[in-house]
Design a protein around this ligand. Structure first.
Ligand code: TYD
Length: 143
């Protein structure tokens, strides 16, 4: 699932699964299966073929990505030379991405639904949308 050396702080989360002849069930709780209190959820869907989402980092926001349906790739980049690509295609697998991690979502399959759980309410001021600025901030914070 991981296609290169993963930034150490990103983590795949195996969520509980209750297989049942009537259909499978998965659940999660904030601050339990998810490593933060959930303050917001949003989802990405109806993505036309070849489109790319994300392409930014957050200063303080923690997120978990789940492919509720279909599949897509999440590429994470710590701005210090460590990148990884995760193929998400299971309803019971989450990808935890911490703050200050550049993320790009692509290769959405037809009918893919990406659920994102977030640690804070929406705040445009928390976004870093300039990749060079992001890398410089990462380099500065190492000192
Ligand atoms: P953005 O986070 O840039 O999308 P992506 O999923 O590609 O990273 O958000 C796109 C637009 O949606 C942005 O202009 C603000 C709006 N938006 C909200 O209003 N609330 C939200 O919770 C999110 C995630 C986005």
């Amino acid at each position: 699932m991981v296609t290169s050396e993963a930034p150490p702080s990103c983590q795949l989360l195996e969520l509980p699964r209750l297989p049942d002849p009537r259909g499978s069930l998965t659940f999660l709780h904030g601050a339990r299966e998810i490593p933060f209190a959930i303050r917001r959820a949003y989802w990405i869907y109806e993505v036309p073929g070849g489109e790319v989402r994300g392409g930014h980092a957050y200063r303080t926001l923690h997120e978990v990505f789940i492919a509720l349906s279909g599949s897509f790739d999440v590429t994470v980049d710590d701005g210090r030379g460590s990148t990884a690509r995760y193929v998400l295609n299971r309803s019971y697998t989450g990808l935890y991405v911490p703050p200050m991690m550049w993320r790009t979502l692509e290769n959405f399959s037809t009918n893919a639904v990406c659920l994102i759980l977030a640690s804070e309410h929406y705040d445009e001021g928390d976004y870093m949308r300039d990749y060079d600025e992001f890398c410089h901030a990462r380099a500065r914070s190492r000192r």
